[in-house]
Ligand binder design. Structure first.
Ligand code: NAD
Length: 365
């Protein structure tokens, strides 16, 4: 399929291919939908096998951002950028400044941030050329590390799932298995511990699991044990695609609710299997929106308390998604997609009316 056909099929507004002769920069910026606001999403650097892979990745990721922002109630659209190349070899100030100039040329339709292989320093270079950057520390009002806010949203998402599936308002005494003791996982363990949950932890890094055991009394599980653990909640906070044909038969938990991106290997197939097995799945892009909520607040004048409060409202959004899924007999993932699309359509209708009205009032004058 050619690039335009893909763009049309996935509903993207604009895809920009960027090339800088001096630095060799090759990047693609994809703006999926700006109905709700400017398209915000990070820049990923990856050594793609070919250009089609890069294009497919940026189209998929930017569309995901549209749905994440819509469900989180933010006035943001979905966008993403990829820079093609090996991060260990091609990174330089000149390259990121060249990229920043391309971001700037879009006049704020796309706002960038860090993503895989792109860090705060890289974004500082980018910010030398454009104001359309979030998540940097050098400017006053920078929001810093989003992980605590992401984990705070995940914590409230777990509480919503426990309310809906188990009829419980507190996680006290509940068994929660956290996969990944990284930035999100470790903060989540802290919140769970404060609430009195019993924590099970796995990570490929034994220093990190030991820290969780020492600090929160977490029981350490090995890589495979985490899937078959007899727990109330499985909270994936490491890799994507961990709900698949292999792991599904192992699961004993009634709830999957964690911060990792793209947890379902196949959204439709594995979302439906979870529904049939009566395992309540908190759609990843709904429950892990705290990080996006955090940078959104940076655009409006950062206030940590406001950001945390908004992240906590993921509780209500998830309850609505779970109810919608039950009512319609569909997977929670399908229900959250519909939830997002409903908001975008409603706002689009208002915007269309406003444009018509504005045009008419102009004609009258
Ligand atoms: P991180 O790199 O800090 O932590 C990931 C952890 O997972 C690491 O400790 C790593 O050792 C561990 N890990 C890797 N493979 C593993 C395996 N097979 N089994 C167990 N543990 C394994 O990353 P993070 O920022 O905590 O993000 C975790 C997930 O949450 C990612 O999927 C990320 O995309 C998603 N996410 C993060 C944020 C955020 O604010 N950081 C926001 C939204 C989504």
């Amino acid at each position: 399929m050619n690039s335009f056909a893909k763009q049309v099929e996935m509903g993207h507004e604009q895809v920009v291919f960027c090339h800088d002769r001096a630095t060799g920069l090759k990047a693609v910026i994809a703006i999926h939908d700006t109905t709700l606001g400017p398209a915000l999403g990070g820049t990923r650097m990856w050594d793609y096998a070919n250009e089609s892979d890069a294009l497919f990745d940026v189209l998929r990721l930017s569309r995901g951002m549209t749905y994440k922002a819509a469900c989180a109630g933010l006035n943001l659209g979905g966008g993403k950028a990829v820079i093609i190349g090996d991060a260990k070899k091609i990174k330089s100030e000149a390259l990121f400044r060249a990229f920043g100039r391309f971001v700037n040329s879009l006049g704020g339709r796309y706002i960038t941030a860090e993503d895989v292989n792109v860090n705060v320093n890289d974004m500082e270079w980018c910010a030398s050329e454009t104001n359309y950057v979030t998540g940097i520390s050098s400017r006053p009002g920078g929001s810093g590390d989003p992980s605590p806010v992401t984990a705070w949203g995940v914590f409230h998402g777990i509480k919503a799932a426990a309310r809906h599936r188990l009829g419980k308002d507190s996680l006290k005494g509940m068994k929660v298995a956290v996969q990944g003791a990284g930035a999100v996982g470790k903060y989540l363990c802290g919140y769970l511990s404060e609430e009195g949950a019993q924590i099970f932890i796995s990570d490929i890094d034994s220093v990190k699991t030991k820290a969780m055991a020492d600090k929160f009394g977490a029981k350490i599980l090995d890589g495979q044990q985490i899937f078959s653990a007899d727990v109330d909640v499985f909270a994936p906070c490491a890799l994507g695609a961990i709900i698949n044909d292999e792991t599904l038969p192992m699961l004993k938990c009634p709830i999957i609710a964690g911060g990792a991106n793209n947890q379902l290997l196949d959204e439709n197939k594995h979302g439906n299997i979870l529904k049939d097995k009566k395992i309540l799945y908190a759609p990843d892009y709904v429950i892990n929106a705290g990080g996006l909520i955090n940078v959104y607040n940076e655009l409006r004048g950062y206030n940590a308390e406001v950001a945390r409060k908004q992240a906590a409202s993921i509780y209500n959004t998830l309850l609505q998604v779970f109810e919608d899924a039950d009512k319609q007999g569909i997977s929670t993932h399908a229900a959250s997609n519909i939830f997002a699309e409903r908001r975008i359509s409603a706002v689009r209708a208002v915007t269309a009316f406003k444009h018509t009205y504005d045009n008419q009032s102009w004609i009258r004058r």
